[in-house]
Write a protein that binds this ligand. Structure first.
Ligand SMILES: [Zn+2]
Ligand SMILES: [Zn+2]
Length: 323
């Protein structure tokens, strides 16, 4: 098995393709994919439970949104801040303050950067919190409230579980696939040197990532990254779909940037978190623009499989792009 000494931990290399596109005709494989993503306590299932939970307890109804007044929008903002502090703050507290898992399954040996002038306040965590809280959460809220307003006023198509049960379920399962597709193309655009230096370099200050890095972006990148939500203006959705999508993009980004592969409970891998795939993107930049859900990196030759050879190819690509 090839191994890479740069890492504290890495999965078996070369990385495998766990996407639906790997073996699209293999029914057993598809069943395994469904079970891994939707029938175990996965990131997606947790976000779905949270979405249904907030919708039925604290979320403003479309009926209220259709009435005059905007107090409901401030409630959405407060809910988003609460979710970010709970999910992102909770993961940071557990992994980096309480050191709940030590170095077990942590990709990078190092801790977060301090006294580093590349970061705002010379501190990686404070820098990441600033961009998440000052730009990310407000922009997420503006997108969400805009779409809710369109839904409430009949400008965006709305369904309920009772009228369209099959589409309701299917659309929830398709949302992460849509999000991955959208992310790949926005992300490739952001890696064009002109846009990279101006906007995306901010997210890439984080070579060694942590939960607060996930949603830490330049405001222009937030506009592009969150435009995935606009799909709800054309594809029939329920507010739960919108909330699921919003949590997945915002606080959910913390889960994929924890710096750890899995959360262990009693030494058992209980929740899949960060992927080595995106960790490689943060270390080597010009590779793995998408995520494991989509085959684009493999198809367009930008896939880094974690081996030394992958690193050499990526370095050559970067040199060519900036020459
Ligand atoms: Zn990038
Ligand atoms: Zn990232």
């Amino acid at each position: 098995m090839p191994s890479n000494k740069d890492w504290n931990y890495h999965p078996d290399l070369p990385l495998e393709d766990p996407s639906l596109f790997a073996r699209p005709k293999d029914v057993g494989y598809i069943a395994g994919w469904l079970r891994r993503n939707w029938l175990t306590l996965s990131e997606r299932v947790l976000i779905l439970i949270m979405s249904i939970g907030v919708f039925y307890t604290v979320y403003p109804s479309l009926e209220r949104v259709s009435n005059p007044g905007i107090s409901w929008a401030f409630e959405v903002l407060a809910i988003n801040y609460a979710l970010v502090f709970t999910i992102t703050g909770g993961l940071h507290w557990y992994f980096y303050m309480r050191r709940g898992q030590g170095l077990t399954l942590k990709f990078d040996k190092r801790d977060h950067s301090r006294n580093n002038r590349n970061f705002l306040f010379a501190d990686q965590v404070k820098d990441n919190m600033f961009w998440t809280l000052a730009s990310g959460v407000p922009q997420l809220t503006v997108y969400q409230c805009g779409i809710m307003w369109l839904m409430a006023h009949g400008y965006a198509p709305v369904i309920t579980f009772n009228t369209h049960p099959i589409w309701f379920v299917l659309w929830i399962m398709l949302l992460p696939v849509w999000s991955a597709f959208h992310f790949y193309w926005v992300h490739r655009l952001l890696h064009v040197p002109f846009f990279y230096t101006r906007f995306h370099a901010l997210h890439h200050r984080n070579i060694n990532i942590g939960p607060w890095s996930g949603f830490s972006m330049h405001p222009v990148e937030h506009v592009l990254y969150l435009s995935t939500l606009l799909i709800h203006t054309v594809v029939a959705s329920h507010p739960v779909h919108l909330i699921f999508h919003a949590i997945y993009q915002g606080p959910g980004a913390a889960m994929t940037h924890t710096g750890y592969e899995d959360l262990l409970i009693k030494d058992k891998r209980s929740l899949a978190l960060g992927t080595f795939y995106h960790t490689l993107h943060h270390r080597y930049f010009e590779c793995n623009y998408g995520n494991q859900e989509m085959p684009w990196d493999r198809w367009f030759g930008t896939f880094h499989d974690g081996t030394e050879e992958g690193t050499l190819t990526t370095r050559a690509r970067k040199k060519k792009m900036y020459s």
